[in-house]
Design a protein around this ligand. Sequence first.
Ligand code: UN1
Length: 509
Amino acid sequence: MTSTALPTTDELRARARACLRNIGAEVAEGEDFPARTPITGEPLFGLRAAGETDVEEALTAARAAFLTWRTTPAPRRGDLVRRLGELLREHRSDLADLVTVEAGKIRSEALGEVQEMIDICDFAVGLSRQLYGRTIASERPGHRLAETWHPLGVVGVVSAFNFPVAVWSWNTAVALVCGDTVVWKPSELTPLTALACHRLLARAAEETGAPRDVHRLLLGDRAVGERLVDDPRVALVSATGSTRMGREVGPRVAARLGRSLLELGGNNAAIVAPSADLDLAVQGIVFAAAGTAGQRCTTLRRLIVHRDIADSLAERLTTVYGKLPVGDPFDATTLVGPLVTTGALDRMQHALTRVRADGGELLAGGNRRLAEAAPAAAYTEPALVRVDEQTDVVREETFAPILYVLGYDTLDEAIALHNDVPQGLSSSIFTRDQREAEVFLSAAGSDCGIANVNIGTSGAEIGGAFGGEKDTGGGRESGSDAWKSYMRSATNTVNYSGELTLAQGVSFL
Ligand code: UN1
């Protein structure tokens, strides 16, 4: 199914301008940096990219702001983030529109992404009163041993197109209450959402009396990101993107002994056990695999199904895939919007060619859509492919809606297949057998940073820590105690005894 005609680029341009105007974001138009929309695949308008001096100026300003911000009481820092959350609520609809224009998300998912920003602001405001250290039992009489947490410095945030605003907010809301300042380099594909978020945060800073330079935005290409990676003033580089990008960023930051927090690719799988509630599983699988047109790092890419139910589940999924409405993400009936670029579509087609050469059987989808209406856009039917084994292409992350279906006989075999990929972000099991669920969640089960039961791999709440292992990079963002990555701890020994007692029973003098 294809939903109705696409909006024109002129209509989308007008819509984007109206949203930016409502938000109060000024757009410095220029020639060198085009904003575009995947809905038609065409440019909207040109922007000005940051040059070498802009980067230098932003880093100097963010560092200077840090010196004030780090001593501002954390609950007062929370005031800034509370105000940001209020402004996000007020501009929810405009922000969601911009996410749809730039990232091609359907309305419900675009609103969900804005909600994720609001949620993390609420979380961070609470956190601003809970940056707890601990008091530790000292082995010496009259001594207090304590752990304290202090702000870290400037955090460089490098974000990806697919969550253009939520991932920024996870980093920024938490970093700000932790007393850090932020320099943000968004994806080159999503500068407008970045301008909007930056403007709202600047407004919140004005209104709450926070230093103007607690947040700086740098639109630009790879060279801008490289400056953040290499500059010793950037205490932490938090980068979201491909494993290829992470392999470059991690060692470069490490070479200057800086800290990095990497959120890289996933190749997420779900195991479907014979006892699974299949109605629920089908819903969970289709949202996780075809939602966001397969462009979440948490997208479900592999389905490991018990052989007793593999045929019937594949049949049910084939039917649902055949009816997924692909098209204009602003149309309320659409479930699958465009891929971000035609390059992404080429990579999807290439993966499908490879998997077929490996003996995979295309059960549904995979055809390009709307090529005549929008030749520069990249609409596709999500693809469902039955495979016998995890060949190289199955073990890679193709950032597009392809779901590979594999069979298994024993849970041990399923878990082995599940973990036999380089990435380790998200995972799930559909089962009504508690023993199986617990094995999957145990140390001998899923090796991912996220492991779920009876829910798909995508759509995590902000309250938990988000991130994964192996090629996913090891970082944790968002909730739980991920805030500790944005601070430095100090261990304090205070002697109030009036005598000098050395630890470990050492005597001296
Ligand atoms: C991403 O794709 O980079 O769990 C982040 C999810 C979302 C975040 C995804 N809350 O799918």
